[in-house]
Write a protein that binds this ligand. Structure first.
Ligand code: FDA
Length: 371
């Protein structure tokens, strides 16, 4: 039996730790934060599970992953149906018959398609040179200006005319009255919150969890002491930024308690105009069908932010520069550190949804222990 060190008590680390322990190995999980669950951490306030690092909705079409997580939590039937607020007017998302009716008063799929095609004609015969032109060529000016432009510019911190066209490859259009944001087979939120889900994964007599513990405080000692290390922190930090720093986009959250039972009537409202500085307002109790204090609610405003070293890295910026740099770090990882497995969104410098993180963690488990 081997001794494993798992660096990071997020989803990747927790799945790996659980599976290694299940196979009889001793696992120590170290986490530099004062809590487990990484970015899916939820904290209970006024009986409401507050998503501390951005709203998290579990959705997947991977049956194995869906069945896997059921061992650790019961999921509710939450279906993500965000609403857009553009200068006070509300539109359903994703773009579907409700949106088109609100936008143009059309009632049938044919009327909606005719309207979209009429609007797209503006770009007929032209090759889109930037994100703005690309979006207009795909969906037309009305939807672009009211529901895409401001939101995208806030997210990227740049004008849509300065962003490359390839960022938007397609704009999904649904010609039915269906506000379910995801097309996946399975969707929901773990009852009692994500933290409990991760705690249940880590609840095993062969797993020890040490919070407030930074791997880099004793890197050499850890590498010496353990047979194998699973590292889920930033890959460039592992190599002391030898080749340079990978870049991210960050977010700032502003959480507020309100003395009303129901503030906005939906879990997620997107603010799609350019003037409102935040992109989304989350009302956490609606993830759980109004649980918690009936006279109080918790909301979080989400502000996109530039990322500087030391800030929380949220979204990798997968441009050529960063992808090349990551490839070089990956090469170093493959060569230098046979003892270390790099995993998760930071270890692999990739945006992963939760189901993908679980799937990649289970793949790493198979690689390590065999099927
Ligand atoms: P994660 O970052 O969670 O865990 C890594 C852990 O390692 C952290 O806890 C960190 O503190 C720790 N660590 C790092 N360096 C360390 C060191 N030196 N020493 C010790 N510990 C260290 N997905 C989805 O399916 N549905 C959704 O709705 C959303 N929503 C969403 C919103 C926002 C704003 C973002 C940014 C992301 C999402 N996601 C999502 C994605 C989801 O957050 C993501 O898939 C998982 O959190 C990734 O889990 P990891 O374990 O890879 O990383």
């Amino acid at each position: 039996m081997s001794k494993y060190l798992v660096v990071g008590a997020g989803l990747f680390g927790a799945v790996f730790a659980r599976e290694a322990a299940k196979r009889g190995h001793e696992v120590t999980v170290i986490e530099k934060r004062d809590h487990v669950a990484g970015n899916i951490y939820t904290k209970e306030i006024d009986g409401i599970q507050v998503h501390q690092y951005g709203a998290h909705i579990f959705h997947t079409s991977n049956k194995d992953v869906w069945e896997y997580v059921q061992q650790f939590a019961e999921f509710n039937r939450y279906t993500n149906s965000p609403v857009a607020n553009y200068k006070g007017k509300m539109y359903n998302l994703p773009f579907n018959m409700n949106t088109f009716t609100q936008m143009w008063g059309v009632r049938t799929p044919q009327e909606a398609m005719d309207k979209i095609n009429e609007q797209r004609a503006e770009m007929a015969g032209k090759t889109p040179q930037n994100l703005e032109e690309q979006a207009i060529s795909l969906i037309g000016r009305d939807i672009y200006e009211k529901l895409i432009k401001g939101y995208t510019e806030k997210q990227w911190g740049r004008k849509a005319t300065e962003l490359p066209a390839f960022i938007i490859k397609r704009v999904p259009v649904r010609l039915i009255y269906d506000n379910n944001y995801f097309n996946d087979d399975y969707q929901g939120i773990p009852k009692g919150g994500y933290t409990k889900l991760v705690e249940n994964m880590l609840k095993h007599d062969k797993i020890t969890v040490e919070l407030d513990t930074d791997f880099f405080a004793k890197k050499d000692e850890y590498l010496q002491k353990f047979d194998r290390v699973v590292y889920t922190g930033p890959i460039d930090e592992f190599f002391d930024y030898k080749l340079g720093e990978l870049e991210y986009r960050s977010l700032r959250f502003e959480t507020e308690e309100k003395d009303v039972g129901n503030y906005q009537g939906n879990a997620v409202i997107n603010y799609t105009d350019a003037e409102t500085p935040y992109t989304r307002v989350i009302e956490h109790k609606h993830f759980e069908f109004g649980k918690g204090d009936p006279d109080k609610t918790i909301i979080t405003r989400e502000y996109p932010a530039d990322w500087h070293k030391g800030d929380e890295p949220y979204y990798p910026v997968n441009n050529d520069r960063n992808n090349d740099l990551y490839a070089q770090y990956k090469e170093m990882a493959d060569k230098e550190d046979a003892k270390v497995i790099f995993g998760g969104r930071l270890g692999q410098y990739k945006y992963y949804n939760m189901d993908q993180v679980i799937a990649t963690a289970l793949e790493a488990v198979n690689d390590e222990f065999g099927k």
